[in-house]
Design a protein around this ligand. Structure first.
Ligand SMILES: Nc1ncnc2c1ncn2[C@@H]1O[C@H](COP(=O)(O)OP(=O)(O)OP(=O)(O)O)[C@@H](O)[C@H]1O
Length: 257
């Protein structure tokens, strides 16, 4: 199922979810989600606004707790982790936020150093500089190192946000709406960057998006969240090869080839 040039180990699951449920008062958002993510795979999660895509990746990254079901991330059961183990696990699971979540008062360099200084206090100044330059080079923005976020375009801020996610050398990357708010050409650049990250850093990823071009370009496998469950999954063409009106409506509204 992998895209050409992509290496996925289908014998190794990095995330396994069974029967996941989550509600907020009487708002039943996730109603029995089952999901596997394989080593090296880019998995795209599609779904309409408010279907629970962000809730799902927040549960995977430990920002929210499940009500029921089992969530295993890199072999660890999220429900059984103490706060220290959760912190350690979260370093291996990078979260690329929709709004890039950069600190406006810090230069790009300081923004990138921040997670390292917070989480890996034993690193020398030389090692920190090396890591910052490595991830900036990986996202093609070395020239922005001393700039402020306000001086960057939306696409550049996304790239810096992704660089900041990569600086802790995560094994899994969770992308929340990576192309939201970007023009189509800049979106294509970000899609290519997501694919480069997959190949260069050997990461596994969950990509949450409404953008069907992003889904088609980056997804080795697509799953669609419908009424609180994953009801369709497969390649892009398999997912949309259906008469299910909920799926057809999503396709027709978003994407015409
Ligand atoms: N912390 C919270 N407290 C209460 N309700 C919440 C909380 N987080 C999410 N919700 C609710 O859960 C539902 C799913 O939200 P979520 O943000 O996951 O949707 P989404 O599929 O990511 O939507 P979008 O594509 O618009 O970002 C919504 O009804 C939202 O209001």
């Amino acid at each position: 199922m992998a895209r050409p040039g992509v290496n996925i180990d289908y014998n190794q699951k990095v995330i396994t979810i069974r029967g996941l449920e989550k509600s907020f008062d009487d708002n039943y958002v996730l109603r029995g989600v089952d999901l596997d993510l394989y080593q090296g795979e880019n998995l795209v999660v599609l779904g309409r606004s408010g279907t629970g895509k962000s809730v799902l990746i927040k549960i995977i990254s430990g920002l929210l707790k499940a009500d029921a079901g089992e969530v295993l991330v890199l072999g660890k059961n999220m429900a059984l982790l103490d706060s220290r183990s959760l912190r350690e696990l979260r370093m291996k699971v990078g979260f690329s936020f929709q709004n890039s979540a950069l600190y406006d008062s810090m230069t790009v360099r300081k923004n990138l150093e921040f997670p390292l200084v917070q989480n890996q206090r034993n690193l020398s100044r030389g090692e920190i500089n090396k890591r910052v330059e490595f991830v900036l080079d990986a996202v093609g923005l070395m020239q922005a190192i001393n700039q402020m976020p306000s001086e960057l375009s939306g696409g550049q801020r996304k790239r810096i946000g992704i660089a900041r996610t990569l600086i802790l050398q995560p094994e899994i990357v969770l992308y929340d709406e990576p192309t939201a708010g970007l023009d189509p050409i800049t979106s294509i650049d970000i899609n290519e960057l997501i694919n480069e990250v997959q190949q260069r850093f050997k990461t596994s990823a969950i990509i949450i998006t409404h953008d069907l071009t992003c889904a088609k370009t980056t997804g080795d496998r697509i799953v669609m969240l419908l009424d609180g469950k994953f009801e369709r999954q497969g390649s892009f063409d398999e997912v949309f090869d259906t008469d299910d009106e909920r799926v057809r409506a999503f396709y027709n509204y978003n994407f015409t080839e």
